[in-house]
Design a protein around this ligand. Structure first.
Ligand code: B12
Length: 533
């Protein structure tokens, strides 16, 4: 059968075309590749199905183009894949446009947001035939085989002819991940490069870049994360041999950077050790990066990870206040954060990155100041400070329901900065002011006390960004507010994403009837700002 898969995304959010062709002669995108649809494509092709992929990070494949292709290729199934609440508005509009162009094949949604909100999504989007929940590999095969018996496909949400929504039983969590082929990265005529201006400096290189998932899930109950619900609190992994074989294939294909998008990579010491041994034995040259908790028991393996080309580890540090760490149910201490970062640096990891959140419930300006001071003292090479947001499916959302801060029926498809809705959170202005003060202190401290480390990082930035933009990044917190968008501000916005994230959050609040116009409007504003810049 023939399937057409689209990775839906807001092209202005986390994906920037470089406006040049890659060495392979295809458009080059700064961003993460859509390994969800790439994984499905590999499985479909292995079973003899045809599969065509589109990633809307590519400015040449807007909705109109995708619809034209659907009309030409006449697939049996169109699968729309999207990650988060922020992309749901775009997926909704695309589905409606496909239907209004007269296409009548089956359409399916998949991904984390659709999984966690399946029945509501099916009710709000009657244009969609199926919501595919959880892992998609076996599900999509079963669906193609039993199109006309949707009640027999586990993990499917669909509707009877009279509109009654049916929510089939969950699919048992798949533990044997080695059975799946490596993602089909070569069929999509796009190359990805990481580097700036992403706000997650995965491995910071200008080489051909991709992501890989070596395990799925995370069992910890952090209040802001929905992954334990998506994975039923379970963690499962691929064998080290399977992962090493994929790295070998990527090396042969000319990839230079790989980021493991596992929810918690640093979990099983024996597995990591075997993987590193295999990578070292096969002469791996790909720089790789991963994320993990600071209470990992794998820290004695950091030197071996570095030897196998692990360049970066991203830690969920979150806060410099123990009170806030406890409020977020991080189950970690400030000492553990410090030890993990020290161990990474001692172990030879080039980039230790810290993720922090500000704007948390019960957080004071003093707590925010402590967070910036803590980040300054830690031996981190890079850091990101995000405003805490709340999504349906997280423990924080459940708390907000109980406190009457959100309402499931009205708010399920929205995404809120906590400061916008929770009275126990400082106001947006207070957080912004505390952030500016904290950032200034942090930058001064880094230059004074971690001088070599800071210059090394700036030099790395300068390899991938114009020097004046790097300088602007450093001095921005010291500048006052200006009117209009300067070129440097546009770059900084791309790097920091603060306004872009805000706009994405606002878009989820727009009523359905106004959605298409709002998306067009936001594109027009961005295009205008780019011209002005
Ligand atoms: C890598 C990543 C990113 C990358 C982008 C990756 C990309 N391709 O564009 C970056 C860093 C840019 C990013 C940004 C954001 N992210 Co993010 N991200 C992830 C992460 C860690 C891994 C995603 C991934 O690659 N998974 C691996 C692939 C193989 O899995 P998959 O895509 O889910 O696909 C599988 C199934 O879902 C299913 N499937 C998917 N689509 C379809 C379609 C069909 C038809 C079928 C049958 C099946 C199916 O089959 C696939 C194979 O099993 C996830 C966490 C997670 N575990 O999912 C968070 C996650 C998706 N991100 C999240 C968030 C919040 C964001 C941001 C909004 C953050 C922000 N405020 O800026 C942005 C939004 C970006 C966007 N455009 O949507 C949340 C989403 C929560 C929510 N309810 O919205 C998650 C779940 C993290 C979390 N812990 O909460 N993210």
């Amino acid at each position: 059968m023939r399937t057409l898969l689209v990775h839906v995304r807001d092209p202005q959010f986390y994906a920037y075309p470089t406006k040049k062709l890659s060495a392979r002669g295809v458009p080059q995108i700064i961003g993460f590749p859509p390994i969800g649809i790439m994984s499905l494509s590999a499985v479909l092709k292995r079973e003899g199905h045809e599969c065509f992929m589109f990633d809307q990070a590519n400015p040449d494949t807007p909705n109109e183009h995708v619809i034209e292709q659907i009309q030409q290729l006449k697939p049996d199934l169109v699968g729309l894949s999207f990650l988060s609440t922020t992309t749901y508005p775009y997926a909704k509009v695309l589905a409606r446009q496909i239907r209004s162009a007269g296409c009548d094949m089956k359409i399916a949604f998949g991904g984390v947001f659709a999984t966690l909100n399946a029945q509501r999504v099916k009710t709000q989007c009657p244009e969609i035939d199926y919501i595919c929940r959880g892992d998609g590999e076996q599900l999509i095969l079963d669906l193609l085989e039993r199109f006309d018996e949707p009640d027999t496909v586990a993990g499917l949400t669909w509707a009877e002819a009279d509109g009654t929504v049916r929510h089939n039983a969950d699919r048992p969590i798949e533990r044997d991940l080695d059975q799946w082929p490596f993602p089909d990265r070569e069929s999509l005529p796009l190359d990805f490069v990481e580097s700036m201006p992403l706000d997650v400096p995965a491995v910071l290189s200008m080489d051909r870049y991709t992501t890989m998932q070596t395990s799925r899930g995370c069992p910890w109950p952090c209040v802001f994360c929905d992954i334990p619900v998506f994975n039923e609190g379970k963690w499962r992994c691929r064998s080290p041999e399977h992962v090493a074989a994929e790295m070998k294939q990527l090396q042969e294909l000319g990839y230079g950077g790989v980021y493991f998008v596992d929810d918690h990579f640093l979990l099983q010491p024996r597995r990591i050790e075997s993987l590193c041994d295999a990578l070292i034995a096969q002469g791996n040259t790909i720089k790789w990066g991963c994320e993990g908790r600071v209470d990992s028991t794998c820290m004695d393996l950091f030197p071996k990870m570095a030897e196998s080309q692990c360049r970066s580890i991203m830690f969920g540090c979150e806060s410099g206040s123990q009170k806030i760490l406890d409020r977020l149910k991080k189950n970690q201490t400030l000492e553990q954060v410090e030890t993990a970062v020290d161990n990474a640096k001692e172990g030879g990891i080039e980039i230790a990155h810290g993720f922090f959140v500000i704007g948390c419930p019960e957080e004071t300006e003093e707590d925010i100041a402590q967070t910036f001071d803590f980040a300054a003292r830690l031996r981190l090479d890079s850091f990101g400070f995000n405003r805490l947001c709340v999504y349906r499916g997280t423990p924080l959302w459940t708390e907000y329901l109980q406190r009457g801060v959100v309402n499931d029926d009205e708010d399920w498809y929205k995404y809120f900065k906590c400061s916008a809705i929770d009275p126990t959170v400082l106001s947006g202005e207070q957080i912004h002011a505390a952030r500016t003060v904290g950032m200034k202190k942090l930058i001064k401290y880094k230059f004074r006390h971690h001088t070599r480390q800071t210059f090394r990082l700036l030099r790395r930035f300068a390899r991938h960004m114009p020097l004046k933009d790097v300088i602007y990044l450093v001095i921005k917190p010291f500048l006052g507010q200006k009117k209009g968008v300067t070129r440097a501000e546009a770059v900084s916005r791309a790097v920091e994403h603060v306004e872009v994230k805000s706009a994405a959050a606002d878009l989820t609040l727009v009523p359905d009837e106004e959605l298409a116009a709002a998306i067009e409007g936001s594109r027009a504003v961005t295009a205008h700002e780019e011209t002005a810049a």
